[in-house]
Design a protein around this ligand. Structure first.
Ligand code: HEM
Length: 515
């Protein structure tokens, strides 16, 4: 078809028709993706987004900071669109508590994201979309198995199993740091921390530890970084399905990581089944096998779980147990070397309370408030888990007067709460003293405001263990040695975004022995 004389239109009629049809299709898709809001109610506010893409390309390299900036403009409850999916973003402490604690059941779901379906073959307690009675029963099982194998071995025991495991690993870690300083003269602490922390969770879950040079373990745990990059809130592959159809290296790696992790745990499970002895329960895995064999009913739900759903709980505990605590320790070490005055106060407190004749114990914790304040400030300032794992709504609800339909994907911005100027005054400063009350005790009410383990029904299962483990590692290490970076070296404190935010590797650490 040609254009009439005098009018030079560069498109043919067919092309124009096609363009109009595509436009209508996009418009329809965008409108269909938008939730239907009942008369008289309104959706949360949010910025205008591109057709089909929404805000997918504007989250940038630090989505927690981008969304916190949007929250200043639109309020603590706002909505963005990633691809065609509306995402509710919660940023203010009150809105988050209202959703996760007061409306806990409505906000306890997990969205059915593509990356999540690749974790543990879609059976993960943590990442699968199940939030019903089976999830609740598995969560109780995880909590009780973890308590059983991190608490006291028997009622008369002098210290908990966790304490025994951490004391052994911290001792080996300190010796390694000192040897590396004496030998090559400096070291990168990352891998040593990773092996030590992994050994603690391996001891609890599988009753074994690995050597610092064990290639099998190193190959596996080094993948933790890449796991966190893909499982982070706002991964575009979850919201732009086309990215799954095109060649996608990150996604292929994520599949591979999950497969290797699965194979590693399966091999340990096979060994456990082979050597299992009733009446001689060695670790979390044995306790789960016993649970399967006894065909115990979950009293709360009158429910019997299939064996795979029971056993795979150990994968969630192991998977969550090494990367998170290692990252917490890496950030702690960074603050210790960049704030030598803070490190010196911890040293003085340890000397005054514990002395040099014995090692620190978990029971010293209430008497070491400065160390406790240091850990809280590390959590707050780094906010190294910037978002909780995404939630979703299990029914239609309202929040802050806005209508939120069932099935809405929810991002909870923990970083924003921990950097709220109204709450903290000077959020950018690293100041453990902010947590100490007038008598030098930890201000519990303020400590509760730090948000790193989530809240409500999905609150971290390993929180108690993680806090105790971190305290013990730091107390034992700092009792034994001091840390600094080599003269003239600089450390990079910029976080690398992910499910847990990592630091760039720094090979300039040095340790010195304390008398
Ligand atoms: C400093 C260390 C840790 C931090 C900061 C941390 C933080 C978190 C966060 C933010 C969540 C998601 C909460 C939500 O979605 O609302 C979570 C979930 C979880 N964490 Fe942790 N975690 C840590 C250590 C651990 C450890 C040591 C374990 C187990 C050994 C563990 C086991 C879990 C499990 C099983 C879940 C899933 C709970 C569910 O979906 O019901 N975590 N954690």
């Amino acid at each position: 078809m040609s254009s009439p004389p005098g009018l030079s239109v560069p498109f043919s009629g067919t092309e124009l028709l096609l363009a109009a049809a595509t436009f209508c299709l996009v418009l329809w898709a965008v409108r269909a993706g938008r939730p239907r809001v009942p008369r008289g109610q309104q959706s949360p506010p949010g910025p205008w987004g591109w057709p089909l893409l929404g805000h997918a390309l504007s989250l940038g390299r630090a989505p927690h900071e981008t969304l916190a900036r949007l929250s200043q403009r639109y309020g603590p409850v706002l909505q963005v669109r990633l691809g065609l999916t509306p995402v509710l973003v919660l940023g203010g402490p009150h809105a988050i508590r209202q959703a996760l604690v007061r409306q806990a059941d409505a906000f306890k779901g997990r969205p059915a994201l593509h990356t999540f379906s690749l974790v543990a073959d879609g059976q993960s307690l943590t990442f699968s979309p199940d939030s019903g009675p089976v999830w609740a029963a598995r969560r109780r099982l995880a909590q009780s198995a973890l308590r059983g194998f991190s608490g006291a071995a028997d009622p008369g025991a002098a210290c908990s199993r966790l304490e025994t495991h951490v004391a052994r690993e911290a001792e080996a870690l300190a010796a390694r740091f000192l040897a590396l300083t004496e030998g090559p003269g400096r070291f990168d602490p990352h891998r040593s921390l990773l092996v030590s922390v992994t050994n603690v969770i391996c001891a609890i879950c599988f009753g074994r530890r690995y050597d610092h040079e064990d290639q099998e373990l190193l190959g596996l745990i080094d993948l933790g970084n890449e796991f966190g990059e893909s499982a982070a809130s706002g991964n575009l592959a979850d919201f732009l399905p086309i990215l799954r159809l095109l060649p996608n290296r990150a996604l292929s790696r994520f599949r591979e990581i999950n497969r290797r992790f699965h194979d590693f745990v399966q091999q340990i499970l096979r060994e456990h089944y082979r050597t299992f002895e009733k009446g001689h329960i060695r670790d979390v895995t044995d306790s789960l096998i016993e649970h399967c064999q006894d065909r115990k009913l979950d009293e709360n739900a009158n429910l019997q779980l299939p064996d795979e759903k029971i056993i795979s709980v150990v994968m969630d505990l192991f998977g969550a147990g090494f990367d998170t605590v290692t990252t917490a320790l890496s950030w702690s070490l960074l603050y210790l070397v960049t704030h030598p005055d803070v490190q010196e106060k911890i040293h003085r407190e340890l000397d005054a309370v514990v002395g040099r004749a014995r090692r620190p114990r978990l029971s010293d914790r209430p008497q070491l408030p400065y160390l406790e304040a240091f850990i809280l400030e590390t959590f707050r300032h780094s906010s190294f888990v910037p978002f909780t794992i995404p939630h979703s709504t299990t029914r239609d609800t309202t929040l802050n007067g806005f209508y939120i339909p069932k099935g809405t994907c929810v991002f909870v911005n923990q970083w924003q709460v921990n950097h709220d100027p109204e709450l903290w005054g000077d959020p950018g400063a690293f100041r453990p003293e902010r947590f100490l009350g007038s008598e030098g005790r930890v201000d519990r009410a303020l400590a509760e405001q730090v948000l790193l383990f989530g809240l409500g029904r999905r609150r971290c299962v390993g929180e108690g263990l993680a806090r105790a483990e971190l305290f013990l590692f730091l107390a034992l290490l700092l009792h034994r040695l001091g840390l600094r970076v080599a003269a003239g070296a600089r450390v990079d404190a910029r976080p690398l975004y992910g499910l847990t935010m990592k630091l760039a590797r720094c090979p300039y650490y040095q340790a010195w022995p304390r008398a």
